[in-house]
Design a protein around this ligand. Structure first.
Ligand SMILES: O=P(O)(O)OC[C@@H](O)[C@@H](O)c1c[nH]c2ccccc12
Length: 438
Protein backbone atom coordinates (compact mmCIF):
# COMPACT_ATOMS: atom_id res chain seq x y z
CA UNK A 1 0.00 0.00 0.00
CA UNK A 2 1.26 3.41 -0.78
CA UNK A 3 1.34 5.82 2.08
CA UNK A 4 2.50 9.16 3.18
CA UNK A 5 5.15 9.22 5.81
CA UNK A 6 4.68 12.06 8.21
CA UNK A 7 7.96 12.38 9.90
CA UNK A 8 7.51 15.08 12.37
CA UNK A 9 5.86 18.41 12.18
CA UNK A 10 7.33 21.66 13.12
CA UNK A 11 4.78 23.55 15.12
CA UNK A 12 2.26 23.91 12.49
CA UNK A 13 4.64 22.79 9.83
CA UNK A 14 4.69 19.24 8.73
CA UNK A 15 7.77 17.52 7.45
CA UNK A 16 6.92 15.21 4.64
CA UNK A 17 9.32 12.54 3.57
CA UNK A 18 10.22 13.18 0.00
CA UNK A 19 12.79 11.21 -1.95
CA UNK A 20 14.30 9.94 1.29
CA UNK A 21 14.94 13.36 2.75
CA UNK A 22 12.92 15.34 5.20
CA UNK A 23 11.79 18.65 3.96
CA UNK A 24 10.26 21.19 6.22
CA UNK A 25 7.82 22.44 3.77
CA UNK A 26 4.15 22.64 4.13
CA UNK A 27 1.56 23.87 6.50
CA UNK A 28 -0.39 20.75 7.36
CA UNK A 29 -1.51 18.87 10.44
CA UNK A 30 -0.02 20.52 13.35
CA UNK A 31 -0.13 23.30 11.16
CA UNK A 32 -2.77 25.73 11.48
CA UNK A 33 -0.66 28.69 12.23
CA UNK A 34 2.02 28.24 9.65
CA UNK A 35 2.44 31.10 7.26
CA UNK A 36 2.99 29.01 4.14
CA UNK A 37 0.36 27.01 2.40
CA UNK A 38 1.37 24.24 0.03
CA UNK A 39 -1.67 22.13 -0.57
CA UNK A 40 -0.22 20.26 -3.50
CA UNK A 41 2.59 18.85 -1.38
CA UNK A 42 0.10 16.68 0.32
CA UNK A 43 -0.68 14.37 -2.50
CA UNK A 44 2.73 13.98 -4.09
CA UNK A 45 4.52 12.18 -1.30
CA UNK A 46 4.01 8.47 -1.62
CA UNK A 47 6.23 5.81 -0.23
CA UNK A 48 6.65 2.15 -0.91
CA UNK A 49 5.52 -0.24 1.75
CA UNK A 50 9.09 -1.32 2.49
CA UNK A 51 10.02 2.22 3.09
CA UNK A 52 7.38 2.78 5.70
CA UNK A 53 7.08 -0.53 7.50
CA UNK A 54 10.36 -0.33 9.37
CA UNK A 55 9.95 3.31 10.28
CA UNK A 56 8.83 4.33 13.75
CA UNK A 57 7.22 7.31 12.07
CA UNK A 58 3.58 7.50 11.39
CA UNK A 59 2.23 6.62 8.00
CA UNK A 60 -1.27 7.28 6.76
CA UNK A 61 -2.96 6.07 3.68
CA UNK A 62 -3.48 9.05 1.45
CA UNK A 63 -7.25 8.57 1.74
CA UNK A 64 -7.11 9.32 5.43
CA UNK A 65 -5.78 12.75 4.66
CA UNK A 66 -7.86 13.45 1.63
CA UNK A 67 -11.07 12.60 3.43
CA UNK A 68 -10.51 15.02 6.22
CA UNK A 69 -12.77 18.06 6.17
CA UNK A 70 -9.95 20.26 7.37
CA UNK A 71 -7.72 19.18 4.52
CA UNK A 72 -10.43 19.89 2.01
CA UNK A 73 -11.09 23.27 3.55
CA UNK A 74 -7.42 23.96 3.53
CA UNK A 75 -7.02 22.92 -0.05
CA UNK A 76 -9.90 25.12 -1.03
CA UNK A 77 -7.92 28.07 0.24
CA UNK A 78 -9.39 28.65 3.68
CA UNK A 79 -6.86 30.20 5.99
CA UNK A 80 -5.54 27.83 8.59
CA UNK A 81 -6.23 30.33 11.32
CA UNK A 82 -9.83 30.48 10.12
CA UNK A 83 -10.18 26.72 10.37
CA UNK A 84 -8.85 26.75 13.94
CA UNK A 85 -11.03 29.74 14.85
CA UNK A 86 -14.06 27.95 13.40
CA UNK A 87 -13.38 25.21 15.91
CA UNK A 88 -13.51 27.78 18.70
CA UNK A 89 -9.73 27.84 19.26
CA UNK A 90 -8.68 31.24 20.52
CA UNK A 91 -5.01 30.49 21.07
CA UNK A 92 -2.84 31.67 18.17
CA UNK A 93 0.10 29.33 17.86
CA UNK A 94 2.53 32.05 16.86
CA UNK A 95 2.52 35.84 17.00
CA UNK A 96 0.74 36.69 13.74
CA UNK A 97 2.99 39.68 13.09
CA UNK A 98 6.19 38.02 14.26
CA UNK A 99 8.10 38.40 17.52
CA UNK A 100 8.05 41.81 19.24
CA UNK A 101 11.80 42.24 19.00
CA UNK A 102 13.39 43.18 15.70
CA UNK A 103 17.11 43.30 15.14
CA UNK A 104 18.38 46.13 12.96
CA UNK A 105 22.13 45.85 12.76
CA UNK A 106 23.47 45.81 16.29
CA UNK A 107 20.23 47.29 17.68
CA UNK A 108 17.17 45.49 18.89
CA UNK A 109 13.83 47.22 18.75
CA UNK A 110 10.81 46.20 20.70
CA UNK A 111 7.68 46.97 18.80
CA UNK A 112 4.68 45.72 20.63
CA UNK A 113 1.34 45.55 18.93
CA UNK A 114 -1.74 43.40 19.03
CA UNK A 115 -0.24 40.88 16.64
CA UNK A 116 2.83 40.17 18.71
CA UNK A 117 1.54 40.47 22.27
CA UNK A 118 0.08 37.31 23.80
CA UNK A 119 -3.53 37.71 24.85
CA UNK A 120 -3.24 35.43 27.89
CA UNK A 121 -0.79 33.21 29.77
CA UNK A 122 -1.63 30.08 27.76
CA UNK A 123 -0.92 31.91 24.52
CA UNK A 124 2.38 33.14 25.99
CA UNK A 125 3.34 29.60 26.99
CA UNK A 126 2.50 28.32 23.51
CA UNK A 127 4.51 31.03 21.73
CA UNK A 128 7.50 30.33 23.93
CA UNK A 129 7.08 26.60 23.42
CA UNK A 130 7.10 27.13 19.69
CA UNK A 131 10.53 28.76 19.87
CA UNK A 132 11.82 26.19 22.36
CA UNK A 133 10.71 23.21 20.29
CA UNK A 134 12.17 24.51 17.05
CA UNK A 135 15.54 24.97 18.77
CA UNK A 136 15.40 21.55 20.42
CA UNK A 137 14.48 19.93 17.13
CA UNK A 138 17.50 21.39 15.47
CA UNK A 139 19.74 19.93 18.14
CA UNK A 140 17.96 16.57 18.23
CA UNK A 141 16.40 15.82 14.88
CA UNK A 142 14.08 12.88 14.50
CA UNK A 143 16.87 10.68 13.17
CA UNK A 144 18.56 11.00 16.57
CA UNK A 145 15.32 10.52 18.49
CA UNK A 146 14.60 7.43 16.37
CA UNK A 147 17.67 5.71 17.83
CA UNK A 148 16.73 6.75 21.36
CA UNK A 149 13.27 5.31 20.77
CA UNK A 150 14.77 1.89 20.16
CA UNK A 151 16.42 2.04 23.59
CA UNK A 152 13.44 3.54 25.38
CA UNK A 153 12.03 1.53 28.28
CA UNK A 154 8.98 -0.57 27.38
CA UNK A 155 5.60 1.14 27.41
CA UNK A 156 3.40 0.61 30.43
CA UNK A 157 -0.37 0.43 30.19
CA UNK A 158 -1.53 3.83 31.46
CA UNK A 159 -5.25 3.35 30.81
CA UNK A 160 -5.13 -0.27 32.04
CA UNK A 161 -3.67 0.88 35.33
CA UNK A 162 -6.43 3.47 35.78
CA UNK A 163 -9.12 0.89 35.03
CA UNK A 164 -7.74 -1.70 37.40
CA UNK A 165 -7.35 0.81 40.21
CA UNK A 166 -10.87 2.16 39.74
CA UNK A 167 -12.48 -1.27 39.42
CA UNK A 168 -10.72 -2.62 42.46
CA UNK A 169 -11.08 0.30 44.85
CA UNK A 170 -14.42 1.66 43.68
CA UNK A 171 -12.88 5.12 43.87
CA UNK A 172 -11.51 7.31 41.11
CA UNK A 173 -8.02 6.14 40.16
CA UNK A 174 -5.36 8.66 41.09
CA UNK A 175 -2.94 10.26 38.68
CA UNK A 176 -0.65 12.05 41.13
CA UNK A 177 1.26 14.98 39.74
CA UNK A 178 4.96 15.62 40.30
CA UNK A 179 4.81 19.41 40.08
CA UNK A 180 7.25 21.86 41.56
CA UNK A 181 5.63 25.13 40.53
CA UNK A 182 2.94 26.65 38.35
CA UNK A 183 2.44 30.09 36.83
CA UNK A 184 -0.73 30.62 38.86
CA UNK A 185 0.53 29.40 42.25
CA UNK A 186 4.30 30.01 42.08
CA UNK A 187 6.58 27.49 43.80
CA UNK A 188 4.51 24.78 45.45
CA UNK A 189 7.35 22.86 47.05
CA UNK A 190 10.71 24.40 47.85
CA UNK A 191 12.47 21.21 48.82
CA UNK A 192 11.51 19.35 45.66
CA UNK A 193 12.91 15.90 44.95
CA UNK A 194 10.91 14.47 42.04
CA UNK A 195 12.00 10.87 42.53
CA UNK A 196 11.23 10.89 46.27
CA UNK A 197 7.81 12.36 45.58
CA UNK A 198 7.11 9.79 42.85
CA UNK A 199 8.07 6.89 45.11
CA UNK A 200 5.87 8.27 47.90
CA UNK A 201 2.91 8.63 45.55
CA UNK A 202 3.29 5.10 44.25
CA UNK A 203 3.72 3.61 47.70
CA UNK A 204 0.52 5.26 48.83
CA UNK A 205 -1.74 4.05 46.06
CA UNK A 206 -1.36 6.27 42.99
CA UNK A 207 -2.34 4.34 39.86
CA UNK A 208 -0.29 6.56 37.54
CA UNK A 209 1.95 9.61 37.80
CA UNK A 210 1.99 12.86 35.87
CA UNK A 211 5.37 14.55 35.50
CA UNK A 212 5.59 18.22 34.46
CA UNK A 213 8.35 18.68 31.91
CA UNK A 214 7.91 22.37 31.05
CA UNK A 215 10.87 24.25 32.51
CA UNK A 216 10.02 27.89 32.04
CA UNK A 217 6.60 28.03 33.69
CA UNK A 218 6.42 24.86 35.81
CA UNK A 219 10.07 24.30 36.72
CA UNK A 220 9.79 20.75 35.44
CA UNK A 221 12.11 18.85 33.13
CA UNK A 222 12.56 15.81 30.94
CA UNK A 223 15.41 14.86 33.28
CA UNK A 224 12.80 14.48 36.02
CA UNK A 225 10.70 12.23 33.79
CA UNK A 226 13.71 10.10 32.91
CA UNK A 227 14.93 9.94 36.51
CA UNK A 228 11.54 8.79 37.76
CA UNK A 229 11.33 6.18 35.04
CA UNK A 230 14.80 4.88 35.93
CA UNK A 231 14.20 4.93 39.68
CA UNK A 232 12.31 1.66 39.90
CA UNK A 233 8.91 3.35 40.12
CA UNK A 234 6.43 1.09 38.34
CA UNK A 235 3.47 3.42 37.80
CA UNK A 236 2.87 4.43 34.17
CA UNK A 237 3.97 8.02 33.50
CA UNK A 238 2.14 10.89 31.82
CA UNK A 239 4.46 13.45 30.25
CA UNK A 240 2.79 16.74 31.18
CA UNK A 241 3.89 19.03 28.38
CA UNK A 242 2.36 21.60 26.04
CA UNK A 243 2.44 19.58 22.86
CA UNK A 244 2.17 21.54 19.64
CA UNK A 245 4.43 19.40 17.48
CA UNK A 246 4.57 15.68 16.79
CA UNK A 247 8.30 15.73 17.44
CA UNK A 248 7.54 16.28 21.14
CA UNK A 249 5.59 13.01 21.29
CA UNK A 250 8.54 11.01 19.99
CA UNK A 251 10.83 12.87 22.36
CA UNK A 252 8.56 12.17 25.35
CA UNK A 253 8.49 8.46 24.50
CA UNK A 254 12.25 8.36 24.18
CA UNK A 255 12.41 9.70 27.75
CA UNK A 256 10.09 6.99 29.07
CA UNK A 257 6.60 8.51 28.76
CA UNK A 258 3.67 6.09 28.68
CA UNK A 259 1.12 8.81 27.98
CA UNK A 260 1.07 12.39 26.72
CA UNK A 261 -1.29 15.34 27.06
CA UNK A 262 -3.11 16.95 24.13
CA UNK A 263 -4.89 20.22 24.89
CA UNK A 264 -8.01 20.72 22.76
CA UNK A 265 -7.96 24.47 23.42
CA UNK A 266 -4.65 24.64 21.58
CA UNK A 267 -4.84 21.89 18.96
CA UNK A 268 -7.31 21.82 16.08
CA UNK A 269 -9.09 18.54 15.33
CA UNK A 270 -6.72 17.51 12.58
CA UNK A 271 -3.72 17.87 14.89
CA UNK A 272 -5.46 15.81 17.53
CA UNK A 273 -6.32 13.08 15.02
CA UNK A 274 -2.79 13.03 13.70
CA UNK A 275 -1.21 12.96 17.15
CA UNK A 276 -3.56 10.25 18.37
CA UNK A 277 -2.36 8.10 15.47
CA UNK A 278 1.24 8.69 16.46
CA UNK A 279 0.43 7.67 20.02
CA UNK A 280 -1.21 4.51 18.78
CA UNK A 281 1.82 3.74 16.66
CA UNK A 282 4.10 4.23 19.69
CA UNK A 283 1.73 2.26 21.93
CA UNK A 284 1.24 5.13 24.38
CA UNK A 285 -1.96 6.72 25.67
CA UNK A 286 -3.18 10.25 24.94
CA UNK A 287 -5.02 12.23 27.57
CA UNK A 288 -7.05 14.74 25.60
CA UNK A 289 -7.84 17.73 27.77
CA UNK A 290 -10.94 19.87 27.43
CA UNK A 291 -12.19 22.82 29.40
CA UNK A 292 -15.51 23.77 27.89
CA UNK A 293 -18.50 22.21 26.18
CA UNK A 294 -17.37 23.13 22.70
CA UNK A 295 -14.02 21.39 23.19
CA UNK A 296 -15.73 18.38 24.76
CA UNK A 297 -18.07 17.96 21.79
CA UNK A 298 -15.22 18.35 19.29
CA UNK A 299 -13.23 15.68 21.08
CA UNK A 300 -16.22 13.33 21.40
CA UNK A 301 -16.57 13.43 17.63
CA UNK A 302 -13.00 12.23 17.08
CA UNK A 303 -12.48 8.47 16.80
CA UNK A 304 -9.81 6.65 18.73
CA UNK A 305 -9.81 8.76 21.87
CA UNK A 306 -9.88 6.65 25.04
CA UNK A 307 -9.06 9.17 27.74
CA UNK A 308 -10.54 12.64 28.19
CA UNK A 309 -9.49 15.02 30.93
CA UNK A 310 -11.82 17.78 32.06
CA UNK A 311 -9.70 20.59 33.38
CA UNK A 312 -11.42 22.56 36.10
CA UNK A 313 -8.83 25.28 35.65
CA UNK A 314 -9.25 27.71 32.79
CA UNK A 315 -5.72 27.89 31.44
CA UNK A 316 -6.37 31.33 29.99
CA UNK A 317 -7.51 32.95 33.25
CA UNK A 318 -6.39 30.40 35.90
CA UNK A 319 -9.86 30.40 37.42
CA UNK A 320 -10.68 27.06 39.05
CA UNK A 321 -14.20 25.72 39.39
CA UNK A 322 -14.77 22.03 39.99
CA UNK A 323 -18.41 22.28 38.93
CA UNK A 324 -17.00 22.48 35.41
CA UNK A 325 -16.65 18.69 35.49
CA UNK A 326 -20.34 18.27 36.24
CA UNK A 327 -21.37 20.87 33.69
CA UNK A 328 -19.57 19.05 30.90
CA UNK A 329 -20.84 15.61 31.88
CA UNK A 330 -24.51 15.90 31.05
CA UNK A 331 -26.65 12.82 30.35
CA UNK A 332 -26.12 12.82 26.58
CA UNK A 333 -22.36 13.12 26.83
CA UNK A 334 -22.17 10.47 29.54
CA UNK A 335 -23.99 8.13 27.22
CA UNK A 336 -21.59 8.77 24.34
CA UNK A 337 -18.63 8.36 26.68
CA UNK A 338 -19.86 5.02 27.90
CA UNK A 339 -20.70 3.82 24.37
CA UNK A 340 -17.21 4.72 23.24
CA UNK A 341 -15.59 3.26 26.37
CA UNK A 342 -13.89 6.55 27.19
CA UNK A 343 -12.55 7.15 30.69
CA UNK A 344 -12.95 10.67 32.03
CA UNK A 345 -10.33 12.21 34.29
CA UNK A 346 -11.29 15.09 36.60
CA UNK A 347 -8.39 17.54 36.62
CA UNK A 348 -7.27 20.37 38.92
CA UNK A 349 -8.54 22.03 42.05
CA UNK A 350 -9.27 18.85 44.01
CA UNK A 351 -8.47 19.28 47.71
CA UNK A 352 -10.91 17.31 49.88
CA UNK A 353 -12.78 13.98 50.01
CA UNK A 354 -15.92 15.97 49.18
CA UNK A 355 -14.28 17.26 46.00
CA UNK A 356 -13.38 13.69 45.04
CA UNK A 357 -16.93 12.44 45.71
CA UNK A 358 -18.36 15.37 43.79
CA UNK A 359 -16.41 14.63 40.59
CA UNK A 360 -16.96 10.90 41.03
CA UNK A 361 -20.71 11.46 41.22
CA UNK A 362 -20.43 13.55 38.08
CA UNK A 363 -19.01 10.50 36.27
CA UNK A 364 -15.21 10.56 36.40
CA UNK A 365 -13.30 7.35 36.92
CA UNK A 366 -9.94 9.00 37.54
CA UNK A 367 -8.60 12.23 38.99
CA UNK A 368 -5.45 14.23 38.34
CA UNK A 369 -4.15 15.94 41.46
CA UNK A 370 -1.10 18.13 41.96
CA UNK A 371 -1.21 21.07 44.32
CA UNK A 372 -3.18 19.58 47.21
CA UNK A 373 -0.68 16.70 47.54
CA UNK A 374 2.63 18.27 46.60
CA UNK A 375 2.22 21.10 49.10
CA UNK A 376 1.98 18.72 52.05
CA UNK A 377 5.04 17.83 54.04
CA UNK A 378 4.38 14.17 53.24
CA UNK A 379 2.71 14.12 49.80
CA UNK A 380 2.29 10.32 49.94
CA UNK A 381 0.34 10.35 53.19
CA UNK A 382 -1.83 13.09 51.73
CA UNK A 383 -3.42 10.58 49.36
CA UNK A 384 -5.42 8.73 52.02
CA UNK A 385 -6.53 12.06 53.48
CA UNK A 386 -7.60 13.35 50.09
CA UNK A 387 -9.72 10.26 49.52
CA UNK A 388 -10.99 10.25 53.11
CA UNK A 389 -9.82 6.72 53.79
CA UNK A 390 -7.68 4.93 56.31
CA UNK A 391 -4.15 4.86 54.91
CA UNK A 392 -3.79 1.16 55.81
CA UNK A 393 -6.48 0.26 53.26
CA UNK A 394 -4.76 2.01 50.38
CA UNK A 395 -3.28 -0.49 47.91
CA UNK A 396 0.47 -0.13 48.06
CA UNK A 397 2.32 0.37 44.81
CA UNK A 398 1.41 -0.92 41.39
CA UNK A 399 2.62 -4.36 42.50
CA UNK A 400 -0.42 -4.58 44.74
CA UNK A 401 -2.54 -3.18 41.95
CA UNK A 402 -1.32 -6.01 39.74
CA UNK A 403 -2.30 -8.53 42.43
CA UNK A 404 -5.69 -6.93 42.88
CA UNK A 405 -6.10 -6.95 39.15
CA UNK A 406 -5.52 -10.71 39.07
CA UNK A 407 -8.11 -11.15 41.79
CA UNK A 408 -10.54 -8.97 39.83
CA UNK A 409 -10.00 -11.08 36.74
CA UNK A 410 -10.68 -14.27 38.69
CA UNK A 411 -13.84 -12.90 40.20
CA UNK A 412 -14.91 -11.61 36.79
CA UNK A 413 -14.35 -15.09 35.37
CA UNK A 414 -16.51 -16.53 38.16
CA UNK A 415 -19.19 -13.91 37.52
CA UNK A 416 -19.31 -14.78 33.87
CA UNK A 417 -19.43 -18.54 34.60
CA UNK A 418 -22.13 -18.14 37.22
CA UNK A 419 -25.19 -18.02 34.91
CA UNK A 420 -23.92 -21.17 33.16
CA UNK A 421 -23.54 -23.02 36.46
CA UNK A 422 -27.06 -21.99 37.51
CA UNK A 423 -28.42 -23.19 34.16
CA UNK A 424 -26.66 -26.56 34.54
CA UNK A 425 -28.01 -27.08 38.05
CA UNK A 426 -31.50 -26.20 36.82
CA UNK A 427 -31.19 -28.72 33.96
CA UNK A 428 -30.06 -31.48 36.32
CA UNK A 429 -32.96 -30.69 38.66
CA UNK A 430 -35.42 -30.83 35.73
CA UNK A 431 -34.03 -34.19 34.58
CA UNK A 432 -34.34 -35.59 38.13
CA UNK A 433 -37.94 -34.38 38.37
CA UNK A 434 -38.72 -36.00 35.00
CA UNK A 435 -37.15 -39.29 36.13
CA UNK A 436 -39.15 -39.18 39.37
CA UNK A 437 -42.40 -38.51 37.50
CA UNK A 438 -41.74 -41.33 35.08
O1 LIG B 1 -2.42 21.28 40.89
P1 LIG B 1 -3.83 20.93 40.60
O2 LIG B 1 -4.79 22.04 40.75
O3 LIG B 1 -4.26 19.70 41.39
O4 LIG B 1 -3.86 20.50 39.04
C1 LIG B 1 -3.17 19.40 38.54
C2 LIG B 1 -3.29 19.37 37.03
O5 LIG B 1 -4.63 19.17 36.72
C3 LIG B 1 -2.76 20.64 36.39
O6 LIG B 1 -1.42 20.75 36.71
C4 LIG B 1 -2.94 20.70 34.88
C5 LIG B 1 -4.00 20.26 34.19
N1 LIG B 1 -3.85 20.47 32.84
C6 LIG B 1 -2.67 21.07 32.67
C7 LIG B 1 -2.02 21.47 31.49
C8 LIG B 1 -0.79 22.03 31.59
C9 LIG B 1 -0.18 22.22 32.83
C10 LIG B 1 -0.77 21.82 34.01
C11 LIG B 1 -2.03 21.26 33.93
Amino acid sequence: MAGISMGVSAPGLLNLKCGGAFSQSSGFPGVFFGRTKMPAALRCMRLDEDDISSSPLLTFSSDYLADSIEVREWESGKSLETIAANQGIKIRRRPPTGPPTHAVGPFEFRLENEGNTPRNILEKIIWDKDVEVSQLKERKPLTVIGKALENAPPVRDFIGSLKVSHECTGMPALIAEVKKASPSRGVLREDFNPVEVAIAYEKNGAACLSVLTDEKYFQGSFENLEAIRNSGVKCPLLCKEFIIDAWQIYYARSKGADAILLIAGVLPDLDIKYMIKICRKLGIAALVEVHNEREMDRVLAIDGIKLIGINNRDLETFEVDISNTKKLLNKDRLQILSQKGIIVVGESGLFTPDDISYVQDAGVKAVLVGESLIKLEDPGKGIAKLFGIDSSTVPHSSLDIAEISKACEQSEAFDSCFPGIVYLVQCIAMIRICILIL
